[in-house]
Design a protein around this ligand. Structure first.
Ligand code: FES
Ligand code: FES
Length: 186
């Protein structure tokens, strides 16, 4: 095992300090060390977008980011959006428009859409398609996803104002709920 580094970061409003190997991917850190398995891992080389998170205000591929690169950063994952009882406007729109089937791409889609709407609150359809072009979905054909994002934008709700209760909810501690690398991707 190589030398450990101490990182401090904020994830969904909660502060963490952890020891990590320098080679540890942020996606694995979130899923396995913090138990935040909402961030999915698909291709693991920056193509599918399933692992998209928000890192210091911009969407990022957590499979291409080392955990040590997030030292001092503000991270938001899909767990920081809404809750089952208080869905985020984007989540409500995805449900309303049937914008998911298997759901594997959905966390990444939501985070990419969040980044898009924060920067372009009233996007055209073309801007939505371009904004989500880095996220692959093998089920929906994208039409319903685009509709959902249009609906969320048209609703005029501030997508940047995350559900405070969701953001403040403390993620599980290290190890709790962690899955093996293989099973985590099923
Ligand atoms: S798992 Fe990161 S882009 Fe596919
Ligand atoms: S809903 Fe299945 S990959 Fe998008």
């Amino acid at each position: 095992m190589s030398e450990q580094r101490t990182i401090r970061l904020t994830v969904n409003g909660a502060s963490f300090e952890r020891e990590v190997e320098p080679r540890r991917l942020l996606a694995d850190f979130l899923r396995e060390d913090l138990g935040l398995t909402g961030t999915h891992i698909g291709c693991e080389h920056g193509v599918c977008g399933a692992c998209t998170i928000i890192l210091d205000g911009d969407s990022a591929r957590s499979c291409l980011t080392l955990a040590v690169q997030a030292d001092g950063a503000q991270v938001q994952t899909v767990e920081g959006l809404g809750t089952v009882d208080a869905l985020h406007p984007l989540q409500r729109a995805f449900r309303e428009h049937h914008a998911l089937q298997c759901g594997f791409c959905t966390p990444g889609m939501l985070m990419a859409a969040l980044d898009l709407l924060r920067k372009h609150p009233s996007p055209t359809e073309r801007e939505i398609r371009e904004g989500l072009s880095g996220n692959l979905c093998r089920c929906t054909g994208y039409e319903h996803i685009v509709r959902a994002v249009r609906t969320a934008a048209a609703a005029g709700e501030t997508v940047g104002a995350e559900t405070e209760t969701a953001s403040a909810a403390p993620p599980r501690e290290a190890g709790a709920g962690a899955q093996s690398r293989g099973s985590a991707r099923e």
